[in-house]
Design a binder for this molecule. Structure first.
Ligand SMILES: [Zn+2]
Length: 296
């Protein structure tokens, strides 16, 4: 591609702006002038067509009467400009290289409006793009935070569920023991002003107790209920062995305990006492005996 041909390709797109007088870059104006002066007929014809269109643009707009002071200034300016000679460079006899002053003065506001509109659209779309990108970043960060929270919540729920399932499995074992046909069931009743009672299902085959206590008074802070295996000596208490702590009461006020009876232990009944959580004597009650009962 020759220099002129390369220029022709790149400068051709500037012709509409040139015709409107909206080509602001001095270097671009000079390049277009030089190319037209080099005698490119295609560009000259195109520029002429664009110039005719540009000249008609103001006619397409609704006429607006200028204010009196503006009209006076405009008249003074036109009078001054019509006295100045129009520059027509040599060799360009088809059309003037720059739109004539009168045409430029009419075309300029339209060109300025078009240029301003193009600039406004460019700025608006840049702002919108920036806003969209920022909004997208915020939305993505928000979604990530929420996903993290949901995951934490799911983990916490799973752990709660596992705990509850373990509790339920224990409770089911106790209930199943009560339902067994060969079980001996006896009651451990409240003493004095104590509340509630416990029922014990004793399975002689498996040497197990399943204990369900209901309606016990809430244990004070730092205390809990402990179950004891009772051996009698005639009508008198022969001795006690620790059988374990009742579970904290559930929502219905029920506590549970599974007991493996020690082999060879003498079993005549059971007792419950309220004990400090930190006991000094694991094998003997320290607190008051709240419930007592013998195997029927
Ligand atoms: Zn050209």
């Amino acid at each position: 591609m020759s220099d002129t041909a390369a220029q022709h390709a790149s400068l051709r797109e500037l012709l509409p702006l040139y015709a409107l007088g909206a080509l602001t870059g001095e270097k671009e104006c000079d390049l277009v002038c030089a190319h037209l002066a080099s005698g490119c007929v295609t560009c000259a014809e195109e520029l002429a067509a664009y110039a005719r269109t540009a000249a008609r643009l103001p006619d397409a707009l609704a006429p607006v009467s200028p204010r009196a002071d503006v009209r006076a200034k405009l008249a003074a300016r036109l009078a001054k400009e019509s006295q100045e000679p129009t520059a027509v460079p040599g060799g360009a006899d088809v059309i003037a290289l720059r739109p004539r002053a009168s045409r430029a003065s009419r075309a300029w506001p339209v060109a300025a409006a078009i240029a301003a509109t193009i600039a406004a659209i460019a700025v608006a779309s840049t702002i919108r793009y920036r806003d969209d990108a920022a909004a997208e970043r915020v939305a993505r960060a928000d979604a990530e935070t929420r996903a993290g929270q949901a995951s934490d919540r799911a983990t916490s729920l799973q752990s709660d569920l596992a705990k509850r399932e373990a509790e339920l499995a224990g409770e089911r074992a106790v209930v199943a023991a009560f339902a067994a046909g060969d079980a001996k069931i006896f009651t451990v009743a409240a003493k004095g002003a104590e509340a509630g009672s416990a029922r014990i299902s004793w399975n002689p085959a498996s040497h197990k107790w399943a204990v369900i206590a209901q309606g016990l008074a809430p244990a004070p802070n730092g205390q809990r209920y402990e179950l004891w295996i009772v051996a009698m000596n005639g009508k008198k208490l022969g001795g006690v062995k620790p059988a374990g702590f009742l579970s904290p009461p559930d929502a219905s006020g029920t506590s549970y305990l599974d007991v493996d009876l020690p082999p060879g232990a003498k079993v005549d009944g059971a007792a419950i006492s309220r004990e400090p959580a930190q006991k000094k004597t694991p094998d003997a009650p320290e607190g008051p005996v709240t419930h007592f009962g013998l195997v029927g």
